[in-house]
Each structure stands twice: as C-alpha cells, then as structure tokens.
Ligand binder design. Structure first.
Ligand code: HEC
Length: 125
C-alpha cells in the first residue's frame, strides 16, 4: 500500500513536461489563432478598433492606452500583460476580469493559447 504514492510520480513528471511545452508555443500557428482576435484587434501600433491594438502588449499595464475607452473593470484590474496573465485572461476573460467589456468567450485549449501568446510576443507588427 505504501507504494501507491510513488505511482503518481510519472504523472507529476508528465505534467511538468507538458507545462514546459506550453510555455514554448509556435508563433506561426499562433498567427492562425489570431483570426479569433482580428475582428476587433489590430496587430499594428496606434490602431484602435473595437478593441485596443495588441501591438506591444507585452509588459503593458492593462487598460492604459490613451486612444481607447476601456471598461472601469479592466482599468482597475492592475494586470501587467505577460505570458502568464495573458494565458489566464484569454482562457476565460470574464472569469479573469469580471465585468470587462471584451465580447470574447475564451480560448479553452492551452496549446492554442500558447501558440497565440508566442505570436503576440513577437511584437505583432
Ligand atoms: C468582439 C471583439 C473582441 C474580440 C474577438 C477579442 N477582443 Fe480583446 N478586447 C476587446 C475589447 C472591447 C477590449 C477592451 C475591454 C475592456 O475595456 O474591458 C479588449 C481588450 C483586450 C486586451 C487588454 C488590452 C489592454 O490594452 O489592456 C487584451 C490583451 C485582449 N483584448 C486580447 C485579445 C485576444 C488575444 C483576442 C483573441 C483571442 C481577443 N482579445 C479577442 C474586444 C475583443
């Protein structure tokens, strides 16, 4: 019976491995995922659309572009956009920032999000 807890080790190792793989998304595949966002977000700097530009999103504080009218919820969130905060937000935007005004249900697949975030991290010019 004492052996039972050791049987979980391979599973734990697998989880660590898949997390590492996720951190390493594919920007080319991510560009395909960006079709989910492109209706509302421009990838070029200085272009406010239905949503704010996602150019230079990495390291930006949420809700701070001067040329876009954000919801109070997003402005107050205090989020700094990194791979981790983007991952949480994009998985389920309303859960991550309740009452934000982004009309997007979320991207459930972690691998899809990793690819998209890798694409966003290229600077999205
Ligand atoms: C139907 C329109 C729409 C879609 C689709 C959409 N967004 Fe948004 N997004 C918005 C709006 C509007 C806001 C501003 C929300 C607010 O002020 O609460 C926003 C805000 C954001 C922000 C915060 C930006 C900042 O300056 O703080 C990020 C990051 C973001 N969206 C990423 C994405 C990504 C990535 C996708 C695609 C997976 C996506 N959005 C899909 C409309 C959209």
């Amino acid at each position: 019976m004492r052996l039972a807890k050791y049987r979980l080790w391979p599973l734990a190792a697998l989880l660590v491995w898949t997390n590492a793989a996720r951190a390493d998304g594919d920007p080319a595949r991510g560009e395909q995922r960006f079709v989910d966002c492109a209706a509302c977000h421009a990838p070029q700097p200085g272009v406010a659309n239905v949503g704010p530009t996602l150019s230079g999103i990495f390291g930006r504080k949420a809700g701070t572009l001067a040329d876009f009218r954000y919801s109070p919820a997003l402005k107050r969130s205090g989020i700094i956009w990194t791979a981790e905060t983007l991952d949480t937000f994009l998985a389920d935007p309303q859960k991550a920032v309740p009452n934000n005004r982004m009309p997007y249900a979320g991207m459930p697949d972690p691998a899809d999000r990793a690819d998209l975030i890798a694409y966003l991290s290229t600077g999205v010019k």
